[in-house]
Design a protein around this ligand. Structure first.
Ligand SMILES: [Zn+2]
Length: 441
């Protein structure tokens, strides 16, 4: 076995501390009003440019690419405009001037994300409206005392709002962590804590995200099949309950079920992520970049992908994983259509089994995808293109390492964990090293 390489894992944990201070609410109200004003001003000064069709030559053919939008919004960023914006906002500012800068920065990031979504066809030509009540602080407005575990937030020169995380339930969880930019809400302050640690990477696990399962592959273990059906059945039960409440016009009851469903789901995702971390320490987890998939028109998306419906909270699973383990995302293109043995790309495939017309390999399609997703990362298909890892075997010979299979599941809250089951036929049950899972959940 090769020795792993070191990677830095950036960890972020956010906790909130309740604040009973009218000044927090007042600040949030001012912030919201000023932020919307800044957005209004930027919006009114957008220049709508033309995008010209692009000519692309590929394999001797010339293609015209026109894009989704012909007129593109150009957000004003010149010094003159920025000064005018700042001066206008300063006129009605009872707070420290850094607060105006904090507002401007947030306004630009709101506009940039709208612009991105607009160009991708995901947002209309409508001005963003801020509804959430919050005020994002800047580090220049914060003084942190790590000894006393307090954060002093400047409201105006000489006037402060102080918050402490001493004696909170999470105090021990963020010992020696660095405080990031806090977010002020009406009744609480959200503090993000950051830390990084060096992780020695011993495994790279490829994960195929499916509607009813999470299918992983790692050569020293084999396949890892995580059953997600308990989550699905829980969601179906709540969907029915919600539908009944809705048909009877009982809004309160509906909301109660929706909240309960959300809690159950979060609980499931937390247990799943904790379990995966426990049985697969020192790993890089490779997932498909599902955000990228949205860009492809529905027709082009493979059937299997379309079926992966809203019931499986992929985004929250991926996000929770990224918070506590090293994760990378690769382009999902062709991952379930490429032969993991010879690399042949099959045009169309029906059914659960992948059959390679070139080398004759037959394998479950979800397994094929997990092998390919892992391979994609190892060959440099990760985000940023430079994700290529050295020191890991590239040729994943399906015949050797793919005979073992590990089955894992997460039991919904309140029940005993449902755990390992050996596979049928030639597949062997897992090696004893993964026993930690059930102790965990
Ligand atoms: Zn093949």
């Amino acid at each position: 076995m090769q020795r792993g390489s070191l990677k830095t894992l950036e960890l972020v944990r956010a906790y909130s501390v309740p604040v009973r201070d009218e000044r927090a609410r007042e600040l949030v109200t001012w912030y919201l009003r000023t932020l919307q004003k800044a957005i209004d001003m930027i919006w009114d000064n957008i220049a709508w440019g033309y995008r010209f069709p692009k000519l692309v030559r590929k394999r001797g053919r010339t293609t015209v690419i026109t894009g989704l939008k012909t007129r593109i919004p150009m957000i004003p960023k010149d010094k003159v405009f920025k000064k005018m914006l700042r001066d206008t906002l300063m006129k009605d500012n009872p707070y420290a001037s850094h607060w105006v800068d904090a507002v401007i920065r947030t306004a630009y990031s709101v506009m940039e994300s709208w612009r991105k979504r607009y160009l991708k066809g995901r947002a209309g030509k409508t001005k963003p409206r801020i509804r959430r009540r919050f005020a994002r602080c800047k580090t220049t407005l914060m003084k942190i005392d790590y000894q006393a575990k307090t954060i002093r937030i400047t409201l105006r020169p000489g006037e402060y709002l102080t918050v402490s995380w001493r004696s909170t339930w999470f105090e021990h969880r963020v010992r020696d962590w660095i405080v990031g930019e806090v977010v002020i809400k009406d009744d609480r302050i959200v503090i993000p804590f950051k830390s990084s640690k060096e992780v020695e990477i011993k495994r790279v696990v490829g994960w195929d995200s499916n509607e009813l399962s999470l299918d992983g592959y790692e050569p020293s273990i084999g396949f890892i099949h995580v059953d997600l059906r308990p989550l699905q059945s829980m969601k179906i039960v709540y969907e029915r309950k919600k539908a009944v409440a809705q048909s009877k016009g009982k809004k309160r009851v509906y909301e109660k079920y929706a909240a309960r469903e959300g809690n159950r789901e979060r609980d499931f995702v937390n247990k799943l992520v904790a379990g995966l971390r426990r049985i697969l320490p020192n790993s890089i987890h490779v997932f498909e970049d599902l955000g990228k998939e949205d860009l492809v028109s529905n027709k082009k998306v493979e059937k299997k992908r379309r079926k992966r419906n809203a019931r499986t909270p992929w985004r929250s699973i991926h996000r929770r994983m990224s918070e506590s383990a090293l994760t990378v995302f690769v382009d999902p293109k062709n991952t379930s259509r490429t032969c993991p043995r010879c690399g042949y790309v099959v045009k169309t495939q029906v059914g659960r089994t992948f059959k390679c017309p070139r080398c004759g390999l037959e394998m479950d399609r979800q397994k094929v995808a997990s092998v390919n997703i892992r391979k994609k990362y190892l060959e440099g298909g990760g985000k940023g293109k430079k994700a290529k890892m050295r020191g890991f075997p590239h040729s994943d010979d399906p015949e050797d390492s793919m005979k073992a299979e590990l089955w894992a599941g997460v039991a919904p809250s309140g029940r005993k964990p449902m755990i390992w089951a050996p596979m049928k036929g030639t597949l062997k049950a897992m090696k004893p090293r993964v026993e930690g899972w059930h102790q965990l959940i």
